[in-house]
Write a protein that binds this ligand. Structure first.
Ligand SMILES: Cc1cc2nc3c(=O)[nH]c(=O)nc-3n(C[C@H](O)[C@H](O)[C@H](O)COP(=O)(O)O)c2cc1C
Length: 327
């Protein structure tokens, strides 16, 4: 019998396969369905600041409609689905019928809402909080330093107002991710989630319009988180969760060998139904049996840069090797 159990930010999990923050976790019915397939934990859909603002301030509608009609429509739809109060109620009730840890997720802009709402999420009973800080800097005045500073400030503010574990979910676009990761840990992050997958854009040439592309990921997107999980594992003093491109049991095993504590699934559950999560677990168990591995701790991080004994293959050398092998 192989053992998939693990810990994540101090929470005891039956297995390392988490349902990522997405619309599959947005209401009671879906949360109940998810609980039946026994993931390690469930991360709830993010509550966005715009939803909180819209409910708190009726004049918000006027503000948005004057400049960003499309954005306002989207935010209105979000608010209609689950407003901030419903979100808190959803956490409360999920804690009654979901036997696995429930991790809330917050995406805010201003510091005020990050802290106010984080406290309410704690009162509602969430086991941990994932801060979805990801944004794409577009303003030429924003320096890399200022973007990093914002991440650290948000985390510091939230950390000083709540005591439950905090995971920070970030995108991959930082000039020195290892340095930022270390700073986030110093500011109190219990885990880093690598990575958020940004909205993919494309252009429709016929209509000459910007359109959404590739709503869901594929396993080929695994390489980016795989690289950074293996680089950061053992170097930063926190747990690492991998997100983006995890579709199969083999993807999850690779990330655990690279050093991830847990992996998060979103796209594959939309593409292959919720029950696919059970297959991911079964495939992991089958591989472990075949390789006579009893538990995940005995392999975790074996192929991280720190433990591999060949640190050079994670860096420039790998690039040279790849180039000379192409004629
Ligand atoms: C339909 C959909 C909705 C999502 N909503 C959120 C969200 O509210 N908050 C968040 O942090 N990530 C959200 N994500 C991103 C996922 O949590 C995940 O990080 C991303 O999809 C990459 O993982 P995947 O390759 O397994 O899809 C969403 C993804 C999808 C597909």
């Amino acid at each position: 019998m192989v053992d998939l159990s693990t810990t994540y930010m101090g929470l005891k999990l039956q297995n390392p396969i988490l349902v990522a923050s997405c619309s599959l976790t947005k209401n009671e019915e879906r949360l109940r369905q998810l609980a039946d397939i026994a993931p390690g934990a469930i991360i709830m859909k993010s509550l966005f600041e715009e939803q909180i603002q819209a409910e708190a301030d009726a004049t918000q509608e006027h503000l948005w409609t004057s400049s960003h009609t499309e954005a306002f429509d989207y935010v209105s739809k979000l608010s209609m689905e689950v407003g901030p109060l419903e979100y808190l109620k959803l956490i409360e009730s999920a804690k009654k019928y979901v036997s696995v840890p429930v991790i809330a997720s917050l995406n805010c802009v201003s510091l005020k809402w990050w802290t106010d709402y984080a406290k309410q999420i704690v009162s509602a009973g969430a086991d941990a909080l994932e801060l979805n800080i990801s944004n794409i800097p577009c303003d030429t005045k924003h320096t890399g330093e200022s973007v990093e500073k914002l991440h650290l400030e948000i985390l510091q503010k939230v950390r000083s107002s709540i005591s439950i574990p905090i995971a920070v979910k970030i995108g991959p676009y930082f000039s020195s991710l290892a340095n930022l990761a270390q700073k986030l840990v110093a500011c109190g992050a219990n885990a880093l989630v690598l990575f958020n997958r940004f909205y993919q854009m494309d252009i429709d040439l016929e209509r000459m319009e910007v359109i959404a592309a590739h709503r869901f990921s594929s396993s080929s997107e695994l390489n980016l988180p795989l690289r950074f999980v293996s680089i950061l594992s053992g170097k930063v003093n926190c747990d690492i969760a991998a997100s983006t491109g995890v579709h199969q049991g083999s993807d999850a095993l690779k990330l655990i060998l690279a050093g991830a504590k847990v992996v998060q699934l979103a796209s594959t559950l939309y593409l292959n139904q919720l029950q696919h999560l059970e297959k991911v677990k079964k495939d992991m168990e089958a591989w472990m049996k075949e390789h006579e591995i009893e538990d995940l701790d005995s392999i975790r991080g074996k192929l991280s840069q720190e433990q591999s004994g060949k640190p050079e293959i994670y860096q420039h050398f790998q690039y040279i090797k790849a180039l000379v092998s192409i004629d």
